[in-house]
Design a protein around this ligand. Structure first.
Ligand code: GDP
Length: 184
C-alpha cells in the first residue's frame, strides 16, 4: 500500500546573512557558495519528505539572474515538486533582501533531482505525492515537462565517442564554434 505525503512535508526555508568571506574578488557572493547552499537545502527537503538520506543525481540549470551583495539576507525556499519511484525533483527559489531598503530581488530558481538511499547505498522507494492546490499541480506538470525534455536531450546526444560524427554535427549545428584545428 503506497504512502502519500503532501508537499508541505517537504518544505524547508533557510535564511542567511551574506558575509565578506563568501564574496569573490568583485565583492559579489560567490556562485559556488550559493550552489552549495542550494545543494544543502535540496538534500534537507528530499530527506525530510522521503524519510531517508538522499544524494544529488542532477541539477536542472542554474541561471544567476541577479548578483548577491555582501550584507544581503539570502532566503532559499525548497519543496518537492515531483516524485518518481526513487527520485524526487526539488524546486529551489533564492531571493536576496537588502537589509536597509527592504527590497527583495529574485536571484535564481533551480530544480535538483535527488535519489533516496539506504545505509548500504541501495535506492529506496519514496512516498507518492498528494497535491492539494493549483500551484502544486502546475509545478508538478512543469517538472514532468522538464524531465521529458531532459530525456529527449539525452536520447539525441550526438557524441558517442565518434569524433568525425561529432565534428560533422558541430559544423552543421554549432557553426559558431571553431574546431578547425581538430582532426579525426
Ligand atoms: P516556479 O517553480 O515556476 O513556481 O518558480 P519559483 O521561482 O517561484 O519557485 C521555484 C521553486 O522553489 C518552486 O517550484 C518550489 O519548489 C520552490 N518554492 C517557491 N516558493 C516557495 C515557498 O514559498 N516555500 C517553499 N518551501 N518552496 C518554495
Amino acid at each position: 500500500m503506497a504512502t502519500y505525503k503532501t508537499i508541505e512535508s517537504s518544505e524547508i526555508t533557510l535564511s542567511q546573512l551574506m558575509l565578506p568571506s563568501h564574496s569573490n574578488f568583485s565583492g559579489k557572493i560567490h556562485g559556488g557558495y550559493l550552489l552549495s547552499l542550494m545543494d544543502q537545502i535540496a538534500f534537507a527537503s528530499a530527506s525530510k519528505f522521503s524519510g531517508s538520506y538522499c544524494v544529488t543525481a542532477s541539477v536542472d540549470r542554474v541561471d544567476f539572474l541577479n548578483p548577491i551583495e555582501v550584507g544581503e539576507l539570502v532566503t532559499l525556499k525548497a519543496s518537492v515538486n515531483f516524485v518518481g519511484t526513487t527520485s524526487m525533483m526539488v524546486g529551489i527559489r533564492v531571493d536576496a533582501q537588502n537589509i536597509q531598503t527592504g527590497i527583495i530581488k529574485h536571484c535564481n530558481s533551480s530544480y535538483f533531482t535527488m535519489i533516496a538511499k539506504d545505509e548500504s547505498g541501495s535506492t529506496l522507494p519514496v512516498p507518492r505525492l498528494r497535491l492539494i492546490s493549483r500551484e502544486q499541480v502546475m509545478r508538478y506538470l512543469k517538472a514532468a515537462e522538464r524531465i521529458s525534455a531532459r530525456k529527449q536531450r539525452i536520447a539525441s546526444e550526438p557524441f558517442n565517442g565518434d569524433l568525425a560524427a561529432a565534428l560533422a554535427f558541430m559544423a552543421s549545428d554549432h557553426a559558431d564554434v571553431d574546431v578547425k584545428g581538430l582532426s579525426t
